[in-house]
Design a protein around this ligand. Structure first.
Ligand SMILES: NC(=O)c1ccc[n+]([C@@H]2O[C@H](COP(=O)([O-])OP(=O)(O)OC[C@H]3O[C@@H](n4cnc5c(N)ncnc54)[C@H](O)[C@@H]3O)[C@@H](O)[C@H]2O)c1
Ligand SMILES: CC(C)(O)[C@@H](O)C(=O)O
Ligand SMILES: [Mg+2]
Ligand SMILES: [Mg+2]
Length: 354
């Protein structure tokens, strides 16, 4: 179903539809969701950001959480047990929109608890295509008489909340898996705006999960640590000090050059560097492309075949999962490169004045 006010824009030669916050002013959100109760299941980085943004947008939000640190945090954030803070089944029962924001592994184990409350006319909402697309691994198969929609912010929940509070908005993707009401598309767009996104792109559950898993394993998180570390190790092996190796690898990237890419693109960042740097970057991006292309192809294959979701479910459901995760993060934190980074960051004038 078409939503009024949308724009079709040219993305490098391909026309795509985008939806913006301006297409869904608050009054329209309140009209669309006048009869809805949003139940946010899980209070991780996304659950918390989306719940707080929905609440600040004046919509009716309740939480479904298990007892523990998240429950306590929700109380600190002003949610009140018995009023708008419940157990998972209680919240699912009261909800018209079940926002399934447990961890992806938690969505698999929690499905038997949630399923009885996914009843006729309700909306089941996700911020990832994982559970639905890989239902052969998760068992998450919704009944046919509900809407199943997705609004996936393309960034950390921390940014979802921070940008919203600054009056900005992260970009997000929306998709419809099942349209029982005939309004699922409009409701997905409206939810994307209601949770704090500034603008939204169309996708499918399938495309969202494949691109998201590739991106985070690749450039956004996995590849960036691998590339940083490889350059840092070469500089160190050639006798450069930790501070010099860190600054030339990470600090300048995040503090100077990446913000320039964000502002106006790669060529503009190049144009703001010396002719010497430009010549070198223009000569060397190709060898890096050639070296990494097969790794990205291997990664996409591993995502597409379900290997990555299998690994994630298996590792996240282990009893010692938290300890193992903390140990792996500790190894990164305690590596020389990131210890050097800690000292470098402490020297930033804005940190020193605090
Ligand atoms: N983290 C992000 O910034 C981000 C961005 C876009 C989309 N997403 C998607 O949003 C969803 C939520 O992500 P997240 O990072 O906030 O989640 P998360 O992985 O941090 O987990 C959220 C919460 O789920 C709870 N949980 C896990 N298993 C549970 C169980 N069996 N019973 C009760 N509670 C349980 C945990 O206590 C945790 O606080 C996921 O589908 C994720 O892929 C996340
Ligand atoms: C923030 C990310 C990496 O974009 C998200 O996809 C996640 O899974 O946390
Ligand atoms: Mg992800
Ligand atoms: Mg992502």
């Amino acid at each position: 179903m078409a939503t009024r006010g949308v724009k079709t824009l040219d993305f490098g030669g391909t026309k795509e539809i985008v939806y913006e916050r301006a297409d869904f002013p608050k009054a329209k959100l309140h009209q669309i969701f006048k009869d809805d109760t949003f139940a946010v299941m899980g209070y991780g980085t996304q659950g918390r950001a989306q719940a707080l943004n929905l609440r600040d947008n004046g919509l009716k939000v309740i939480l479904g959480l298990r007892e523990g640190p998240s429950f306590e945090l929700a109380k600190e954030d002003g949610f009140v047990p018995g009023e708008n803070l419940f157990s998972i089944p209680e919240a699912a029962q009261k909800a018209s929109v079940i926002m399934y924001l447990l961890s992806d592994a938690g969505q698999k184990t929690g499905w038997d608890t949630i399923k009885p409350f996914v009843t006729t006319g309700k909306t089941l909402y996700f911020s990832h295509g994982f559970s639905i697309v890989f239902s052969d691994q998760t068992g998450v198969v919704p009944p046919p008489d509900v809407d199943v929609i997705l609004a996936a912010p393309k960034g950390s929940g921390t940014s979802v909340r921070r940008l919203f509070l600054e009056g900005k908005g992260i970009n997000g993707s929306i998709a419809v898996w099942q349209d029982h009401s005939g309004k699922a598309h409009e409701r997905a767009c409206a939810m994307g705006v209601a949770i704090g996104c500034g603008y939204l792109y169309e996708t499918t559950f399938q495309k969202e999960v494949l691109s998201d898993l590739t991106g985070e394993r690749g450039i956004l998180m996995g590849a960036i640590q691998g590339l940083f570390r490889a350059q840092y190790d070469v500089l160190r092996s050639k006798g450069h000090s930790p501070s010099e190796a860190f600054n030339e690898t990470v600090e300048e990237a995040t503090q100077s050059l990446y913000p320039l890419i964000a502002e106006n693109g790669m060529d503009w960042m190049y144009a703001n560097c010396s002719t010497t740097a430009q010549r070198g970057a223009l000569d060397w991006w190709r060898p890096f492309y050639d070296a990494s292309l097969p790794v990205f192809q291997k990664l996409y294959h591993s995502v597409e075949t379900g290997e990555e979701t299998r690994r994630s479910l298996e590792s996240n459901s282990r009893k010692d999962y938290k300890q193992q995760l903390e140990e792996e993060l500790r190894q990164i934190r305690d590596s020389e490169m990131w210890r050097a980074g800690q000292t470098v960051r402490s020297l930033r004038p804005e940190r020193q004045s605090k």
